[in-house]
Design a protein around this ligand. Structure first.
Ligand code: VGL
Ligand code: ZN
Length: 194
């Protein structure tokens, strides 16, 4: 595959925040390589002056997804905390568009489109295709990809830039199959023009 980037393409970095990375409260294992890939994708888009969007989980301290509230996850990505910060390895451009999600206590939102301005922002910028990488494959990446497609955007999932939690073995692979079946294009770095 040879994907040529154009001004209607945007890079969407999903939840590359400290709490999902090594040492974080909800760390996905083996994130070093996908983080390195994300850094490389970021460079590619920044060098070509293309749109970069970064989503972040931005929870209140009593978010419904936290175990103390009866939810499935340990406390993570509390708004303003160190764990909620983007990885220091990412040098985000000044013009990056940041999308904060799941920021009210009662509502979970895995998709970067849910309750955010992302679709409007992208349309205003003339974006038609998202290149998506980040965490985690079967949660925020999957739901974001599905919503992007149902909102009419083309989606390229950057397979070397995503990583699954895999609570059940195979969750990540199944999520990728669902994304593909919904129309997402699966690609890796070598498929993109440098
Ligand atoms: C996520 C679990 C809880 C994610 C967010 O970003 O995939 N996973 N909150
Ligand atoms: Zn969360």
């Amino acid at each position: 595959m040879n994907l040529k980037l154009s001004p209607t393409d945007a890079l969407l970095l999903v939840d590359l925040q400290n709490d999902f990375l090594e040492g974080g409260s909800l760390a996905v294992t083996g994130t070093e390589t996908i983080l390195a890939a994300a850094v490389d994708y970021l460079k590619l888009f920044v060098n070509q002056e293309l749109t970069v969007i970064a989503s972040r989980d931005w929870h209140p301290p009593d978010h419904c997804s936290f175990a103390e509230q009866g939810g499935p996850w340990p406390s993570h990505c509390v708004a303003g905390s160190h764990g909620a910060r983007f990885s220091d390895q990412l040098t985000l451009p000044a013009e990056v568009h940041i999308v904060s999600k799941a920021s009210s206590a009662e509502e979970e939102a895995y998709s970067a489109f849910q309750g955010t301005d992302l679709a409007d922002y992208a349309r205003r910028q003339g974006i038609s295709r998202f290149y998506i990488c980040g965490l985690a494959t079967e949660y925020c990446v999957l739901y974001t990809v599905k919503d992007a497609i149902s909102q009419g955007f083309t989606v390229v999932v950057l397979e070397d830039g995503i990583r699954a939690v895999d609570l059940q073995p195979g969750d990540g692979e199944r999520a990728l199959a669902v994304m593909e079946q919904q129309g997402a294009i699966r690609a890796t770095r070598g498929d993109l023009q440098s």
